[in-house]
Design a protein around this ligand. Structure first.
Ligand code: NAD
Length: 432
């Protein structure tokens, strides 16, 4: 047995585009608000950051070292909430950016939460199920001192899923000696998960997309062509819901490339194919009805709506000019760089920003947490009704601020969210 081998290079805090983007957006938004300088600096910084190096026994008997992070950005409005990501590119600055966006997202949709995010540097596709479970349980045990239903509540994100949440919930429960379903959200339904959570982020994306289209007089669903980057939890459920409602999903991609049909794809067949085996990729989908495209080609696809639902920094100065859609709905967190944003704005393309467009996930996570704490569970009809109500209320608010200040929706969403945290901070005062 070899001990202490690393599966990835030792972590360093490198400059990170997403972190730069989150700070640039913040600086721009606070310039519209009349707030004390100290408060501006306070909200710009993460409250606390946790880095953990931990060993995992691999299937061949070797012990390998992994590094994970959990960042609590701001807890003024309540316990912190945010996903855990497993990906090779995870670093502390990426997690800082995602934690900050969670603070604004929860504040924007009016949830009683602060923002957090976590991540482990690993490639989950290269781990066996047993290794994945071992890594998750060890990381969860390292997180025990800083998570709980009343302090910080993790959820799934890129590379993690409901099974990951089940292992975290079980590890936490075994440590404290009793079952604590409310310590995570996005769990399987049979251990306290919520109806509709799995689909919530993708469905929320489509709910706000439909609202944006409606406000532009576009109501014939079968005439609207949608292209989606990312076919994971968010992208695939957005695609499924859109095609169920009668929209034409013309292109979807994953890390390998994607499928394209100008007349509309059979999304359910693509979904079943990619979920049939763990490593099934869209580029390997064979059908006469589908052209396989490269990732870059997606940006030039003729469509009305473009939904980036993969990862950060995807729409930038190098490709924002190629986008044919008149509406961009951000399923991913931070998919557009400030340079990309400027180009889209100059071209008159409306962007529904991430903290509004993908807030369906954390909203149903909130419902799950409330149900777990009350031990009283709602049906899917109620979940969808409440989800729609909350997202559309936030949408209205964003449009009102945008019109009032004559700014785009991203700035309006950030201003409203930041001001909510700012006013709560001022009401609470600075301890001691
Ligand atoms: P996931 O791991 O389930 O799926 C990610 C998808 O993106 C996969 O299909 C992957 O192949 C694809 N992908 C990766 N790199 C790509 C590339 N370069 N080009 C095209 N596709 C690529 O992750 P997810 O949970 O769907 O999260 C996607 C995004 O949505 C992330 O930004 C995440 O932070 C955000 N988000 C997720 C949730 C949630 O509830 N899961 C909620 C809010 C926001």
């Amino acid at each position: 047995m070899s001990v202490g081998t690393r599966v990835a290079p030792a972590p360093t805090v490198t400059p990170n585009k997403a972190y730069e983007t989150s700070l640039a957006q913040y600086d721009r938004a606070v310039s519209h608000l009349d707030l004390p300088a100290g408060l501006i600096e306070y909200m710009r910084l993460p409250k606390r950051e946790y880095t953990v190096n931990f060993p995992v026994r691999m299937d061949n008997g070797d012990v390998k070292m992994f590094t994970g992070y959990r960042v609590h950005h701001n807890l003024v409005l309540g316990p912190s909430k945010g996903g855990i990501r497993y990906a090779p590119h995870v670093d502390l600055n990426e997690v800082r950016a995602l934690a900050m966006w969670m603070t604004w997202k929860c504040a924007l949709v009016g949830l009683p939460y602060g923002g957090a995010k976590g991540g482990v540097i690993c490639d989950p596709k290269k781990l066996s199920d047993k290794e994945n479970e071992g890594l998750t349980r060890r990381f969860a045990s390292e997180l025990v001192p800083i998570i709980s239903p009343h302090s910080d509540i993790p959820a799934p994100d890129m590379g993690t899923n409901s099974q990951t949440m089940a292992w975290i919930m079980d590890t936490y429960s075994m440590t404290v000696g009793y079952s604590v379903p409310a310590v995570v959200t996005g769990k399987p339904i049979n251990i306290g998960g919520s109806e509709g959570r799995e689909e919530a982020t993708g469905r929320g994306v489509i709910i706000v997309m439909e609202e944006a289209l409606k406000r532009r007089g576009r109501i014939d669903r079968d005439e609207i062509r949608i292209a989606i980057q990312g076919f994971g939890n968010v992208g695939a459920h957005a695609a499924l819901y859109a095609s169920e409602l009668g929209y034409k999903v013309v292109a979807v991609t994953d890390v390998s490339g994607g499928a394209y049909n100008p007349d509309g794809l059979d999304v359910e067949a693509l979904f079943n194919f990619t979920r049939a085996a763990r490593n099934n990729l869209l580029k390997d989908y064979a059908s006469d009805d589908v052209d396989i495209i490269e990732n870059d080609e997606l940006f030039g696809v003729e469509c009305d709506v473009f939904i980036p639902a993969a990862l950060e920094d995807q729409v930038h100065e190098g490709n924002a000019d190629d986008i044919k859609a008149s509406l961009v709905v951000e399923g991913a967190n931070g998919p557009t760089t400030p340079g990309g944003d400027d180009i889209l704005r100059d071209r008159g393309i409306v962007v529904v920003p991430d903290i509004l467009a993908n807030a369906g996930g954390v909203t149903v996570s909130y419902f799950e947490w409330v149900q777990d704490l009350q031990n009283f569970f709602w049906d899917e009809v109620e979940i969808m009704r409440q989800l729609r109500r909350i997202l559309l209320k936030a949408y209205d608010k964003v449009v009102a601020v945008a019109e009032d200040k004559d700014i785009d929706m991203r700035m309006a969403a950030q201003i409203h969210a930041i001001n909510r945290v700012a006013q709560a901070t001022l009401t609470r005062g600075f301890y001691p």
